[in-house]
Every structure is written in C-alpha cells, then in structure tokens.
Design a protein around this ligand. Structure first.
Ligand code: ZN
Ligand code: ZN
Ligand code: FE
Length: 758
C-alpha cells in the first residue's frame, strides 16, 4: 500500500471535478480525500500502487466534459492508513484557479424540466447541474463555493441539499443548484414596473409574444429584448423604439431543426450552435420565410438556441422563433441591473420577465462566424469569456485595449485573463463596465498590476484614464497590437509580415492608419507598406457619412477641377450643394485628417454603389459592400476580374495607389455594370494587391509567415480570399480564431507587447 498526493490544475472547479474524483477513487479501491483550493484540486489517496496508477490515468482520460486539465502533479507521502474516501469542504489558500464561463443548459437538465410532471424541477426556470448553468456571471469570489456566488441568498431545501451532498448525484456540489421550492423565482411586470399577478408567468409571456408584444427578459448575463420573430410588425415596432434602423437582429430558435428550416448549416456551424457555449452563430439564410426586417439585405441570420431553462420554456409548437437582442440603448452596454432596466428599457418594452437572482458580472451573448470551416469569435461574451490563456509574463500587467468593442487583459502567474466584450468606451456605461471587470479580475485573482498598456491614440478615453495612475505606462500602437494579438493566439514568436486592415488606429506619423503592412515581432514593428492616404472631410463625420469619404476618393482620383461637382453627384446621389461643400473642405484642408484605412476605402466605394445615407452602426457601409459582393459571388464563383492599381516604391515603403481602382469603378458605373459585380470586382482587387505586396515583402525581408488581423477580416470574402491565395503562394498564414480580429483583441496584443518592452 502506498500514499500519493496529487494536485490538479486548470478549469477544475464548478465542473463536477470532486464527485468525479470520488467516483474514480471508489472504482479503484482507494481511500483518502479530495478538496478544492484556490490553487486547484488536491487529492490525497492511498491504495495499491497499481490502482493509483490507474486512478491517475482515469483523471487524465475520463475528466468531466467542462473541465480542462492543465497539469497533474504527483508526490509520494508517508502511508497513514485512511479508512474511507471523503470529499472535504474547500480550504482557503493563496494561489490560482480559473473561473469557468457560463454554460448553456445540458440535455439532462432539459429532461428534468420538460415532460415529467413529477420531477421537482418540472418547468423550473433555474434548473442547473454540475454540467451546466451560470458561473462567471454569478461568481463574486473564489474558491467557487455557493457562499461566494449570488446564489448565497437562497438556502437549499432538504431535497436539494441531499443531492448537493451526494457524491453520486449529478448535482453534487453544483453550487447554483436549486429547485422551485428553494431557488429564485420569476415575475412579470408591466412597463411601469408594476407586478402583474398571474398563476403561470410563462404562459402569460407566451400569450404576450403571440399578441405581438415586446418583452424584456432578464437572462444569465443581462437583459435581452424579445418578440415574435414571425411578426413583422412587432419587429418594426421594436426597431423604432430601440432606434435600431437596419442593424441585423439575432433570432433564438426552438432547436436546431427549426434553425435549419431557415438557415443553411454545415456540420461545424451545427456543432457550435448546439455546443454548451450556445453563442449566436452567423448563418446563411436559406429562404425568405422569416420577415425581411430581421436582417434586410444581409445574407445572414444571427442564430442561437435557448441557453437557459427560462429561455427554453418560452418555446412550444406555436412559438419556435424569437427575436433576441441585447437589452441596451443604442451602442451602450447591455443592462443587467433590475432598477436600470426599469428606468431605461421602459420606452422599448411592453412587459418585463424578471427574476430575483442577482447578476454579478454582466456578459453579452457571444457572436461566432465560421469562415473556411474554422470557428471565428467575433464577440467574446457568454460561454467564451472570461478566457484564461496560459502564457508567462514578466510582471503583472493590465492592458486597456482600444475604444470600440473593447476588452481588457490582465496577466499574472503564468496566465493572461481576457475579459468579456465590454462594449464601447465612449459612454459612461462602457467605462463603468470596464472598471467593474478590472476590479473583479484583480480581486478574484489577487493581482496588483504594476504596468499598464494603452493605445497611443491621444483622443482615446485611456489617455485620461491613466493620467492619475502611479504605474509604469507603456503606449502601444494600435496595428502593432492587432498583429501581435494574432501572433500570440497562434504561438508565433519570430518575425512576421502583418497585414492589419481595419477602420482606424493612430499611427506613428500621427495620421489614421488602417491599411497597413508591418514587419513585426512582439517587441517592435516597422511599417513597410500601406494604401495611399486620403482625407476624411469632417473627421468622425466622414466615418458616420460614408459618402463624404466617397467624395474624397473621387477628388483623389480625378483631381480638383470645375466639373468635379457634376461628375461626383452623378455617382454619389447627393445634393450638389452638399458635395460642393465637402469638396471645398478637402481642397482647403479644413478639418480633414489624413488616413490610410481600408475600412474607410470600403465605406467610400459603398457610397458609389448606393449607400448614401448616414450609417446607423459601425461597419454598416462596409458590410453593405460585402453583401453586394456576396450575392454576386454566389452565382459567379469563378469570376476573376479585378481593377488595375499601382504599387509605388518610395525608399523602403511600398505604397498601394488605388487611383486607377477608383477610376475603374467610375467607368464601370458609367457603363452600367451591376453594383453586385462592381462590389465583387473591388473585393477581388483588394485581395489581388494584398497578395502582390505580400510577395514583394517576402522577397525583400525573407519572411514567409504572414498574420492577418484587424476588423476588416470579419469580411468573409477578404479573409478567405487573402488567406487561401497566400497559402497558394506558399506562405504560412496565421489568422484569428478564439481572439477576435477586431478591436476586442487589442488588449491581448497590447499585453504581449508590453511584456516584451518591460
Ligand atoms: Zn445540467
Ligand atoms: Zn430545492
Ligand atoms: Fe482596429
């Protein structure tokens, strides 16, 4: 007989790990004990050497689905003769264990609530077990015990307690476990916050949905707003009230069969949709059976399945598709507090379906797009965040990210913790969301950062933010952070050619960059190529009104002359007076910052092809262009045509001159080519010049690795086109998967760079 002491690290708490250990200890005839510490799970076992070996094998290969083992440490100990195997309550110790994201309802729990009237949890909206349920959103501290979650308020009834204490039960130490008798409950309120008394809240809500009402639902990580996805008028009203003109709305489907009635799904998309992370997956529309005002001309629908029992209960034979959008006001963060929802959403919704379990940390729904058969995280929220990435850093570092779609990253003891998507930093809610996440991660993991990384943009919020802080400050250029975020995700350390295509980032020469080629590693970068610059008449106003950029591109391509106003207004259908004004601004250099942004180039071209309104959300004009191109691509798979362009070499800089591209597009418009073809031909052109420049850079710098980053790579045609063509030329291409390519990935890149620069 021997004794071994075993430490298991990784995601091993709140995932059914101790009962698993208990079971396999019994299976292998071992005595001793198991307990949680904040460093990991500790196991003390005695038995035959052979059996202990087997036991360790079982730990490795039979671990619970939600767990993730990073290391198993084994030590010899003096035999003391345990008489049984026990699970011991948590010990509080210094160290580190990882928080699990929130997990969507599992099949066993669905069985519990679905059919069996005798089940204690029949139709109970807070049913969960060790394999599913809320985690991150309810955890206030570690170790992961009920007393450190928002479930602390609810005393378990005897039935629940029995399950909780029975190592062989699915709910053994399921910290949020509860039932109708002892757990949280749901309530129905009218829009003024007045309680509506009724016997069956869910039945009432369904009645409202069918009647066409709009309802705020308190979910796992915050409030959502829902209505019947088959009721065009309801959707119209929702859009009006939420002031959400055109931005696509997500749809929650009853199950994957319903989803596949309206959307095309490949195997990977299906498995992600059904996974326990339950994200929004951008799927291709199959038909026009759902109202067109869900996502208008977009070829996609953002689809998701019910992820909490409460959502699950809203569906039946009559209701199989529900509009499911974040409960927020325009671009501010999702609301998660009851009071705030009552004061802010009351102009949008008719009713509230709320509950009395507090949400401690807000977390938005995640958004995923599958491109080239790989899962790409566009928004890292529920199910995906927080992300704990094993990576050594020299010190405890906090990276503040960028301005829009922000996240923060913090490093400590061999990990980088990436926060969930925090939203935009241009509003009070965004900043308070950010502070809450920083404080939470610092407190939970006991981190005291000494170094802070921030974006070099002088007008970003972070510049103010860092002013009073007594920390070492490291400013990092936006596009360097983009490329390094992609390198870090792919564990690439040598120099790469980085293609950073996005909307805007502050560059070394104090202009706005966004169509950049960098040679870089974690520590430094050199800008080696970019698209020609153009002016943004009115600065931010040009970003909001893509047609202004269109005017600027025509000005750049044709030069200033008298007939330009007429020519321009033939292409961009705007008042001549307006166009004249913008041309004058550009020509006289009035409030017209310079940029080299691909995102803006896309915006400008979209205005030639009909996008002449003010955009209503970030990226709208570029998405418009992508959608046009996508339609053409569907029927013209082998179309290879592209516009001419020039590459000009100034010293060591390659400049991609697009004047001929613009002229080519204007000619095609004049010749009445379809906007779909022009949009696709333009995409082809961007792919074409990207490849040409990459090949030239490979010759000059002898680098074959190439990283693609920046929000523009959410564009499927570009990402797929550029990466596959590059691979065809023998490049080793690295792309984003789990870290978003958009600005949600910036903080991660900043942290890696900061660590190298210390
Ligand atoms: Zn479950
Ligand atoms: Zn109970
Ligand atoms: Fe960016």
């Amino acid at each position: 007989m021997v004794r071994r002491f075993i430490i298991i690290k990784g995601i091993v708490q709140g995932v059914g790990f101790r009962p698993f250990i208990y079971k396999i200890a019994l299976d292998n005839n071992l005595y001793g004990n198991v307990y949680n510490t904040s460093k990991g799970v500790y196991v003390d076992v005695e038995g035959k050497e052979e059996n202990i070996k087997n036991f360790i094998c079982d730990i490795k290969y039979k671990a619970p689905v939600l767990s993730y083992i990073e290391s198993i440490y084994v030590e010899d100990k003096k035999f003391i003769g345990y008489k049984e195997f026990k699970i011991i309550n948590s010990k509080h110790e210094e160290g580190l264990t990882l928080i699990s994201p929130d997990i969507g309802i599992c099949d066993d729990c669905i069985e519990d609530i679905k059919n069996n009237l005798k089940n204690r949890r029949y139709r109970y909206p807070f049913t969960n077990c060790t394999n599913c349920g809320p985690r991150f959103s309810i955890i206030k501290g570690l170790p992961y015990d009920r007393e450190f979650t928002t479930m602390k308020e609810f005393d378990m009834c005897n039935h629940c307690k029995e399950e909780y204490e029975n190592p062989l039960d699915r709910r053994f130490h399921a910290e949020p476990t509860c039932c109708r008798e002892c757990g949280p409950s749901i309530f129905l309120l009218d829009k003024h916050g007045k309680r509506i008394k009724c016997d069956d809240v869910i039945a009432k809500v369904k009645e409202y949905i069918l009647k066409g009402n709009i309802i705020a639902v308190k979910g796992i990580g915050g409030y959502n707003i829902i209505c019947n996805a088959k009721n065009k008028e309801s959707i119209e009203i929702l859009r009006k009230r939420k002031i959400r003109k055109t931005k696509p709305l997500a749809v929650m489907f009853r199950d994957d069969n319903v989803a596949s009635k309206y959307c095309n799904l490949n195997e990977i998309e299906l498995s992600i949709l059904k996974s326990n992370k339950k994200p929004i997956v951008l799927l291709e529309k199959k038909n026009k059976l759902l109202p067109d005002n869900i996502s208008f001309d977009s070829p996609c629908i953002g689809a998701l399945l019910p992820y909490s029992p409460l959502h699950y209960l809203l569906f039946d034979n009559e209701i199989d598709s529900i509009i499911f959008t974040s409960g927020n006001i325009s671009e501010t963060p999702m609301i998660y507090k009851d009071k705030e929802s009552l004061s802010k959403l009351n102009n949008i919704v008719d009713y509230y379906l709320i509950h009395n379990r507090e949400i401690n940390m807000p977390v938005d729904d995640s958004v995923i797009k599958v491109i080239d058969f790989k899962e790409r995280v566009i928004r890292n929220g529920r199910g995906y965040a927080p992300l704990s990435i094993k990576k050594e850093s020299k010190d405890e570092i906090l990276a503040l990210g960028a301005e829009l779609k922000n996240t923060i990253s913090i490093s400590s003891r061999g990990y980088i913790f990436l926060s969930p998507y925090l939203g935009n930093m241009d509003n009070v809610g965004g900043i308070s969301n950010l502070n809450k996440n920083i404080d939470h991660i610092k407190k939970i993991y006991d981190i005291k950062p000494k170094i802070i990384c921030y974006d070099m943009h002088p007008n970003y919020w972070s510049n103010e933010y860092i002013k009073g802080l007594n920390l070492k400050k490291i400013g990092i250029y936006h596009h360097h952070a983009h490329i390094v975020s992609c390198m870090g995700e792919n564990n690439i350390k040598d120099n790469v050619i980085g293609i950073a295509y996005d909307g805007a980032g502050f560059g070394e020469d104090k202009t706005i960059w966004g169509g950049e080629f960098l040679i870089c590693n974690y520590k430094e970068f050199k800008r080696v190529s970019h698209i020609s610059t153009f002016k943004l008449p009115g600065g931010d106003k040009a970003t909001e009104n893509p047609w202004r950029v269109g005017v600027s591109l025509i000005y750049k391509a044709l030069g200033y002359e008298k007939s330009l106003v007429d020519k321009t207004s033939n292409i961009i259908l705007k008042d001549k007076k307006d166009i004249n004004l913008i041309l004058a601004m550009i020509d006289k250099n009035i409030n017209s910052p310079i940029c080299s942004s691909i995102g803006r180039l896309f915006d400008g071209v979209s205005s030639f092809l009909g996008f002449t309104m003010k955009r209503s959300y970030e990226g709208e004009a570029s998405i418009y262009l992508e959608n046009l191109a996508y339609k053409f691509l569907k029927d013209n798979n082998s179309y290879k045509d592209f516009y001419r362009y020039e590459i000009i070499q100034n010293d060591e800089m390659l400049e991609i001159d697009y004047k001929k591209i613009i002229i080519g597009i204007l000619e095609d418009i004049y010749n009445k080519k379809s906007k779909y073809e022009i949009a696709f031909k333009f995409h082809n052109t961007v792919i074409e010049f990207s490849i040409t420049v990459a090949i030239k850079l490979r010759e000059i710098y002898k680098i074959n690795k190439i990283a693609l980053s920046g929000g523009v790579f959410q564009n499927e045609i570009l990402l797929s086109g550029i990466s596959n063509r590059l691979k065809g030329y023998g490049f080793e291409v690295i792309t984003h998967k789990i870290i978003p390519c958009n600005d949600s990935g910036i903080s991660y890149g900043q942290l890696l760079i900061g660590n190298e620069k210390i």
